[in-house]
Design a protein around this ligand. Structure first.
Ligand code: GLU
Length: 490
């Protein structure tokens, strides 16, 4: 009988969750949702020294933002709790005790100084690194002696001195290592806290985890875990180690490549749905061509078989593109709600707050096709809000135009516009097109200085719609400024 699917995301609160962590969470979530299984969040917080304030909130907040809801774990509880390893210390101590009693683990009294010396010596002689097993075969009297010296031991696992350890990974296939290459690693530290290995194995067993999906960097730990599972008499879950994520230069993904914590993607105006789509394709694919996949399609089609062994490349341009696609699918109201906070925080200081929602509602349709991130709204559309535009007079002068012809055109446009009664799209069009003809200009030759005059830039949303939103008074004022600028320039 196959076991029900129970998978876990097991972050350590030692830093803010980066793309790699969240990709692991997402794959576990997708696998659980695809197979009608259970998605568990377990906090591996036994490394007290490396704990970072706020990291836990960052992790849970990131999951929540992406819509990766968990069935068991912090805040929601569950039958297999507690879900913080720091609250499960007795369980690990018991397991360590049992292993010692069985002869599968032993107390080691070596001081940190001695371990550092061994290491230095091994490095000098270019030997493989690891504990030299001095305490592995202490007799009762020797052990008593150490205890009376008041040394608190660590507990180390007894790796078989000979033979091989093999395991199967869904993605990597059969892997075999020589036991002689493994060292007697620590299970329980002298402060009574477990190492990652012990706590992870004990919890995966007690929480009845069926599949372990985690980053490739943990693959070398599996032989140690396998031996530990065997010593404890536990079945090992199925394993799937997810391929590495590299930057475009094929080095390990880092801040240098623009990769930041998941919270920062939120702050930069990426959409959770786009992020989910993008992260899902870091190491998994639907086929070899589909780039845009909705969440429910991901859930429907996700499978371990289509996870690749090849490292995934994190391509920021692709992320921006994917985000743009999702952004264009939002309704105007959704986009409005999305960009409001970014306008509030991102528009220049001189713009009056609060920003008018009514006004932004009219801008939204004009920028939806032209921005890829919510935060871009503040830079792309700032001219709608500013009293004064900053640009140099020559920008007004378009193709096959001179400053003189441009000035004339702008003056003529200003006069025409000022006598317009209604300032809607059609009226603007039926006023300005004939005007171009009158002036002996192509439409574009008139529209481009008008665009610069009203927006301060060459590329902007469609001219008539933009002018409508700005309104007649503001357009006339901007034309007056433009005419003045050109006059000074001549
Ligand atoms: N706490 C480990 C981490 O932060 C978990 C690794 C695992 O999933 O076994 O990556």
């Amino acid at each position: 009988m196959t076991k029900p699917v129970r998978v876990r995301f097991a972050p350590s609160p030692t830093g803010f969750p980066h793309v790699g962590n969240i990709r692991t969470a997402l794959f576990n979530w997708l696998f659980a949702r695809h197979s009608g299984g259970v998605f568990i969040v377990r906090i591996e917080d036994t490394d007290v020294a490396r704990k970072v304030e706020g990291a836990l909130e960052g992790i849970l907040g990131g999951l929540r933002w992406l819509g990766l809801d968990w069935d068991e774990g912090p805040e929601v509880g569950g039958e297999y709790g507690p879900y913080f390893q720091s609250q499960r210390l007795d369980l690990y101590r018991e397991a360590a005790k049992r292993l010692v009693a069985q002869g599968d683990a032993y107390h080691c009294y070596c001081s940190p100084e001695r371990l550092t010396e061994i290491r230095a010596e091994q490095q000098k002689r270019k030997l493989s690194l690891g504990y030299d097993r001095r305490c592995r075969d202490l007799n009762e009297a020797e052990r008593k002696q150490k205890e009376t010296e008041g040394i608190t031991p660590v507990v180390r696992f007894k790796i078989p001195l000979e033979g091989q350890t093999s395991f199967k990974d869904v993605i990597w296939g059969e892997v075999t290592v020589e036991n002689s290459t493994l060292d007697d690693y620590v299970l329980l530290k002298s402060d009574g806290y477990p190492t990652y290995h012990l706590a992870n194995v004990v919890d995966d067993h007690l929480m009845e985890i069926s599949h372990v999906l985690r980053a490739e960097e943990w693959l070398p730990s599996v032989p140690r875990h396998k031996l530990l599972y065997e010593a404890l008499g536990y079945d090992m879950p199925l394993l799937a180690h997810l391929p590495m994520i590299l930057g475009p230069d094929r080095s390990k993904l880092s801040k240098r490549h623009g990769a930041v914590s998941i919270t920062e993607y939120k702050e930069r105006g990426y959409l959770p749905e786009a992020m989910v789509n993008f992260l899902a394709l870091l190491g998994w694919s639907l086929d070899d061509k589909t780039d845009i996949i909705a969440r429910d399609e991901l859930v429907k089609h996700f499978s371990l078989e289509r996870i690749s062994k090849t490292a995934a490349i994190f391509n920021h341009e692709k992320l921006d593109w994917v985000n743009g696609v999702f952004l264009r699918e939002l309704s105007h109201e959704e986009l409005l709600r999305g960009i409001m906070p970014f306008l509030e925080s991102g528009l220049p200081e001189e713009v009056k707050r609060p920003v008018s929602e009514e006004y932004v509602r009219r801008i939204v349709p004009l920028i939806q096709e032209r921005i890829n991130k919510l935060a871009e709204a503040a830079t792309y559309a700032d001219f709608f809000f500013l009293d004064e535009l900053e640009y140099d007079a020559p920008l007004l002068v378009g193709k096959k135009m001179t400053a003189e012809t441009t000035l004339k055109a702008l003056e003529a446009a200003r006069d025409k516009l000022s006598s317009m009664e209604s300032f809607d799209h059609d009226s603007l069009e039926s006023t300005l097109r004939p005007l171009a003809e009158e002036l002996g200009l192509k439409a574009g030759q008139l529209f481009s200085p008008l665009r610069v005059a009203t927006t301060g830039r060459i590329a902007a949303p469609p001219l008539f719609e933009t002018m409508m939103v700005l309104g007649k008074e503001r357009c006339l004022e901007r034309l007056r400024v433009a005419v003045g600028k050109l006059g000074n320039y001549l």
